[in-house]
Design a protein around this ligand. Sequence first.
Ligand SMILES: [Zn+2]
Length: 439
Amino acid sequence: MTTWWAAHAVIDGEVCHRVLLESTDGVLTRVECDADAPADARMLTGLVLPGAVNAHSHAFHRVLRGRTHRGHDSFWAWRDQMYAAAGRLDPEGYYALARAVFAEMLLAGYTAVGEFHYLHYAPGGSAYADPNAMSAALSWAAEDVGIRLVLLDTLYLESAPGKAPDETQARFSDGSVERWIERTTLLRGSRLVTHGLAIHSVRAVPPDAIAVAAQVARERGVPLHAHVSEQPRENDECRVAYGRSPVEVLRDAGALGNGFTAVHATHLADGDVRALGDSHVCVCPTTERDLADGIGPIPALRDAGASLCLGSDSHAIIDPFEEARAIEMDERLGSRRRGTFTGAELLAAMTVGGSAALGLSSLGLTVGSPADFIEVDTSSVRLAGHDDTEMVDAVVYAATSSDVRTVVVDGVEQVQAGAHRSIDAAAELDRQIRRVMAQ
Ligand SMILES: [Zn+2]
């Protein structure tokens, strides 16, 4: 059992004071406000929040940061660079890289990550001796640094509707939905690692296979994610091939609902927005701005009933506060109106919204939830000078990942005083990114 005493903590969206947090076997067993600090409590003098949840990640994209900004003018040119990076990874190398990337996420305040994983096969498309060697590499990396991982094993069958995968995409494809089902039954979980399923996109998976995947996700009781309408070209190709929008194809295949997460959902028609009202929507603002995707109809999705969450996706930036405030800030730029979302709504998208999309049980700082939480240093140069009533807004609108001081996952302090307990993340990122890019 471990006990923490927090000067301030956000509980059900409200700031409470003098909060006692107790964890037994990684689960919160006591959460009390206005409590005295026991002598053996670990003292947290800043603001404690539920852990941030990164609901959409491709760990290897981290190698592209800062390397895609010259002379490449479209998403599709960026994708060529991303494919070149994918071609350089094997299980051993991916383990080492992902370990460093997951450590960066922990330092930024993410306690859980949904890894949208499609790099299953060796270059050329042959299977590794362990057909899940690449996902095992990701799982070991997560366990090693202590981040909660939901591995979303991704189905990928086509380059475009009716077109076979190209040379790079051969690594992504199981060849048939049946082989994907068979391979994913062999995935192994652990205390920190669980599994979900994903459909890469309507571009890469035909409607009949989407229907099968949706059925399998329901039978296994696991979340199902898909990239949806990130780019107009994807919508155009879908209409030509199937005469419907990507959301309509997913709806008709039975994929939508409270087990489903639409990632991006940027270019939607009104009917698409309504159809997603029972689903989760994962917005990835720093990636979407980096790739010039556009700004999605997030207020309309919220008003239709969709549950919002956030992802750092390509890791152009890893900072949950930046993702959260971007929802409102992008909306302000697009609509020239302020205050469409409250700070509490953005904080919920950053935390419990992501847990729900990933099938995790965290409801925030409540008894029975996993002991996954972070402490933000409210005395930092960015946050100093705010009283209680403004603290959530100050954190949402001005904090950065540098303000995260303590990160607890499964009841264990993985980050203390702003440093990971077992890995020098910056040195390891430097080493691993240079190694991958030198190949
Ligand atoms: Zn993605």
